[in-house]
Design a protein around this ligand. Structure first.
Ligand SMILES: C[S@@+](CC[C@H](N)C(=O)[O-])C[C@H]1O[C@@H](n2cnc3c(N)ncnc32)[C@H](O)[C@@H]1O
Ligand code: SF4
Ligand code: SF4
Length: 415
């Protein structure tokens, strides 16, 4: 553990740039705002951010930093999980010193929290345990009262928390009080992000009026033929009409909400479907991120690797752009490295129970505590270390399968 903290930055008194304008960087922005630091903007070379503002701040290319280094003497916080090392080296090449001139988000933010406020979904995607898992956990939604207590405890135990995601294996837009959850988080200056399948008929206007920070819209095709297979039970025309409505509501109030369309790539949807969706995102002024779809959850990947009970999923497995075998063959198979989801993440389910990590699902194997409110953070982290699923997961390199597959395209342009 390092002894560096965000509070030390207050004494450094330099203009701050956040390198990385995606969710991680946005979380850092809210944390830095809570400390009243002088924020200059984001740095990111992804062309998707060219000439754009994110949450009211300019996104500059890395050359801006070089050009203004002498006159501004800035401080850089690196917010990129995959390019942390490379960007650190670039900062050093510019003459910056670790901690005095730059640091990384992981050194100042601490634990990442996920609160799955809705334990249910209206769709049944075959790559997701909501669609492929034989034993389903009990369904329900978190009460506002419970959520308020959870937030209180989080802030007490992790005052440097930068973001809380309000989803894991559920559809958060099904919650009738979603707006109130967002408002509470907004008032605490914690970055809030919601991911949705957008197959809903209400709640759109309320996301805008509650001033949600980031909305991710998950899709897997522009036309129903492909979309309806990988987003089983979904209707892509409803999604598209909701995207137009969202733009309309956002324009009416000059909303700064960051909207990112997350396009899941499979073998069958990377041609016309992908290009049409990219154009739609551009037309509506929303970010567009392509990710390679992967097979979920951890327990199912283990079943696949051990040749057990995945016959029903074989059609989906064969459609994956990067096959499980190929991805797994490139991972390091050892228990000896650190998995960030084990070290640094707390997942709280709708009923308050705590899961091992965001990538596992089976309540019989992966619930490590019945109620987040009854157990201190240090005990939660130590219980995670005692769970036996991690050993099998890491022995196969499955933790890296998720990390590498999901990050391969999202952050490729950050430097
Ligand atoms: C399980 S979903 C739950 C939230 C919401 N129902 C949705 O689908 O966006 C959580 C995140 O996982 C991502 N996701 C879902 N299926 C995926 C897959 N097969 N591969 C990669 N990411 C996936 C989604 O894009 C979303 O951001
Ligand atoms: S990925 Fe999202 S939309 Fe699809 S089944 Fe899972 S929770 Fe539902
Ligand atoms: S090792 Fe696997 S099961 Fe354990 S926390 Fe990491 S991803 Fe989850």
């Amino acid at each position: 553990m390092n002894n560096f903290s965000i509070q030390q930055l207050c004494h450094i008194n330099k203009p701050v740039y956040i390198w990385g304008a995606r969710a991680l960087g946005c979380g850092v922005l809210r944390l830095v705002q809570r400390e009243n630091l002088n924020i200059k903007g984001f740095i990111d070379s992804d062309k998707a951010f060219k000439d754009r503002k994110i949450l009211g701040y300019h996104v500059y290319p890395p050359t801006h930093l070089k050009e203004n280094f002498i006159s501004e003497k800035p401080y850089v916080i690196i917010a990129s999980s995959t390019s942390e090392y490379t960007i650190s080296r670039l900062c050093e090449q510019m003459g910056m010193r670790k901690f005095s001139d730059f640091c990384t988000s992981s050194e100042i933010c601490g634990v990442e929290y996920i609160i799955d406020i809705v334990g249910a979904c209206n769709l049944a995607c075959p790559s997701c345990p909501r669609g492929n898992y034989p034993d389903q956990p009990s369904k329900g939604i978190m009460s506002l009262k419970k959520y308020e207590k959870v937030i209180e405890k989080i802030l007490e135990e992790s005052p440097n928390v930068s973001m809380i995601s309000l989803y894991n294996w559920g559809e958060p837009l099904l919650h009738p009080q979603l707006q109130d959850f967002i408002t509470i988080q907004k008032n605490k200056k914690i970055f809030s992000s919601v991911s949705t399948n957008f197959n809903i008929k209400n709640n759109i206007k309320s996301l805008v009026s509650a001033k949600l920070d980031m909305l991710k819209v998950s899709v897997s095709g522009y036309f129903q033929k492909n979309y309806g297979v990988t987003h089983f039970k979904g209707d892509i025309n409803l999604v598209k009409s909701n995207l137009y409505k969202l733009r309309y509501f956002m324009d009416k109030v000059n909303s700064e909400m960051e909207v990112e369309i997350i396009y899941h790539k499979y073998r069958n949807n990377t041609g016309n479907d992908l290009e049409k969706f990219r154009s739609l995102a551009q037309e509506l002024g929303f970010s567009f991120a392509e990710i390679f779809a992967y097979y979920n959850p951890v327990e199912k990947v283990i079943d696949y690797l051990e040749g057990r009970g995945v016959d029903k999923d074989m059609q989906l497995i064969e459609e994956l752009f990067i096959s499980i075998d190929e991805a797994i063959s490139n991972t390091e198979k050892t228990e000896k490295r650190l998995c960030p989801l084990k070290e640094n993440q707390v997942v709280i389910n709708w009923n308050g129970s705590v899961s091992l990590c965001c990538a596992c699902y089976d309540p019989k194997k992966t619930i490590i505590a019945d109620d987040f409110l009854d157990i201190p953070l240090n005990e939660i982290l130590s219980l995670k270390h005692k769970n036996t699923l991690c050993k099998t997961c890491m022995d196969y390199g499955i933790d890296q399968y998720y990390f590498d597959t999901s990050q391969r395209t999202v952050e490729k342009n950050i430097i």
